[in-house]
Design a protein around this ligand. Structure first.
Ligand code: RIB
Length: 272
């Protein structure tokens, strides 16, 4: 039977410009190719978990504007449950993303409706675990951690404290610098160098990432997070989950876009 995961998080519409190189402060770079695609760390992770075989429900908030349908299209396509999606008269979240020829990106988020997801909106229903990121109000994340069954997973991105307690916290190397020392499991992603897993502050496992041609790093952390969470819920060890997640992150970095780059379970198995 599929593992059941509830994602409480953000939905954005990603406005993406692909350019040869990222502009410096105050500089204009032209010649970009523009696309509008679904994104948001919450939605990306929900889509990724569904592609990896989980049964996923998403609690989130979008506006009643023209961006909303486009922003949730990827969730619908992946079969993510949206029965508890909240709609408000605030613009749907938007991310302005610039990606250069080496796959490096810069992202600015205007959270809009994501900030309207309140603690009282959380009806978690039957689920095996809850996964949050930090693109919604912190008090909502806090409430989700209190209501969650045994497993509360936190992708502490983007970095902003105070950080709610979690059974497993996943951060990138920059976010790790802002995370206070905490008990439990902390996973730090290192981009092309893989990832490290700490238990109570002590390194207990390390995984290398397979070498891939980087096309777009957007969503690589989301693929990693979803794969780690789904793997643990499937009963795999933390070490195996770390290896699988490093592969999922690398596969996502090798393809353009956020949700469009989320690998399936078969793709992860094939590269392992
Ligand atoms: O993690 C990538 C995501 O961050 C993008 O899809 C963008 O929407 C921002 O939330």
């Amino acid at each position: 039977m599929a593992v059941r995961l509830t994602v409480v998080g953000s939905i954005n519409l990603d406005l993406v410009a692909r350019v040869e190189r990222l502009p410096r402060a105050g500089e204009t770079v032209t010649g970009a190719a523009f696309t509008r695609i679904p994104g948001g760390k919450g939605a990306n992770q929900a889509v990724a978990a569904a592609r990896l075989g989980a049964q996923v429900e998403m609690l989130a908030c979008v506006g009643e504007d023209e961006h909303a349908e486009l922003a949730i299209a990827g969730l619908k396509e992946a079969g993510v449950g949206l029965d508890r999606l909240k709609r408000v008269q605030v613009p749907t979240g938007v991310a302005l993303i610039t990606v250069d020829a080496a796959g490096e990106n810069e992202i600015v988020v205007a959270p809009g409706a994501n900030l309207e997801l309140r603690p009282d909106d959380l009806d978690l229903g039957d689920t095996d675990a809850v996964l949050c990121q930090l693109e919604i109000p912190l008090e909502t994340v806090e409430r989700a951690s209190e209501l969650a069954p045994d497993g509360f997973f936190l992708n502490a991105a983007p970095a902003r404290g105070p950080y709610p307690a979690a059974d497993v916290t996943i951060v990138n190397r920059f976010e790790a610098d802002t995370l206070p020392q905490r008990d439990g499991v902390v996973v730090t992603t290192l981009g092309p160098e893989g990832a490290v897993l700490y238990e109570d502050g002590i390194e207990v496992a390390r995984a290398e990432a397979p070498h891939v041609q980087a096309v777009d790093g957007t969503g690589a952390g989301d693929a990693f997070t979803a794969c780690f969470v789904v793997s643990v819920l499937e009963g795999r060890s933390n070490e195996e989950a770390l290896r699988r997640a490093a592969v999922a992150g690398a596969l996502a970095a090798a393809t353009f876009g956020a949700q469009s780059s989320m690998p399936t379970k078969d793709q992860v198995d094939a590269l392992l």
